[in-house]
Design a binder for this molecule. Sequence first.
Ligand SMILES: NC(=O)c1ccc[n+]([C@@H]2O[C@H](COP(=O)([O-])OP(=O)(O)OC[C@H]3O[C@@H](n4cnc5c(N)ncnc54)[C@H](OP(=O)(O)O)[C@@H]3O)[C@@H](O)[C@H]2O)c1
Length: 308
Amino acid sequence: MLRIRHKAEGKPGALLAERVDRPEPAAGELLVRVGAIGVTLPTVRKLWERGDGPVALGGEIAGEVVALGPGVEDFALGEHVTGLCFADAYAEFAVLSTAMASRVPAGVTAVDAVAVVRSGLVALGAYEAARPQLHESVLVTAAASGVGVMALQYARALGAGRVVAAVSSRAKVDFVRWMGADEVVRYADADWGGPYDVILDGVGGDLLAPAVRCLAPGGRLVAFSSGGGAVEAHELLLRGASLIGFQMRAVAAGQPERHARWQRELWQLYGAGTLRPAVHAQIPLSQAARAHALVERRRNLGKVVLVP
Ligand SMILES: NC(=O)c1ccc[n+]([C@@H]2O[C@H](COP(=O)([O-])OP(=O)(O)OC[C@H]3O[C@@H](n4cnc5c(N)ncnc54)[C@H](OP(=O)(O)O)[C@@H]3O)[C@@H](O)[C@H]2O)c1
């Protein structure tokens, strides 16, 4: 089968295509014939920013179960599943932990499933972490990203008041409006239209401090980006505001029942038409580098998907 990995040597981010045997699922794992793979910003960033050795490429996958690891009883051969795969997701066959897997409802394509599953779970989890009240104002940064478009739709559907999208470029404005934003601001704008009760921040870094300054009294900022960043405690206490960290992997490992509830809610909302998948491009797996370049250059409107 075809598998793409990061090259240990060479320029940062360079990818290596190999022909290898299919992996074997271990206890608690499924072997999946992969129909689609989601490109994620954390994976792309790791390769470009570290670039110091081989990095296993993770991402959402969706496809058909073709083998079960020892002891797996809650999934069956032939079922269609999706979930986040932390290593060697860029392959024709990949191993998925049952803890991360959810069944794909009938009629949902593999491409739509990867556009919805991880992004939707992160957006749902981050929004819940903010403890939103009805009619509160919400700002979503990186609003055109895979997670961002799901966050806009959740906020809209779950009773937010004003939903504002923040993006880097003018080229994303119409898209995020179409995905549910009432208003759009750009990071370079002097005024971000605050104050906001809730901020869902998928950018971090230098944007974190100005975002905190946009919080309303009692406001909550959920930091879920891979971008780091620092905040002055004084900016929080001035507003009685809170900064809340969120990582889906930690919830999946530490609170599996909460993770399972989000999976159920995600597919219910999808089935009800509340969540629309947004796919920027479907790119052959063999051209993964092209897909990475799109995300690295911040050009994508929604999810970039690789197709084996
Ligand atoms: N905590 C968790 O469990 C978790 C899980 C998955 C993803 N995330 C985070 O959610 C955010 C969105 O991820 P995604 O996979 O949905 O992204 P994606 O679909 O690949 O979209 C990438 C977009 O993110 C924005 N972005 C923000 N910081 C960036 C940077 N330093 N370099 C390049 N693009 C940047 C860009 O939009 P703009 O140019 O408009 O900003 C870019 O177009 C990321 O920060 C990621 O780390 C967190």
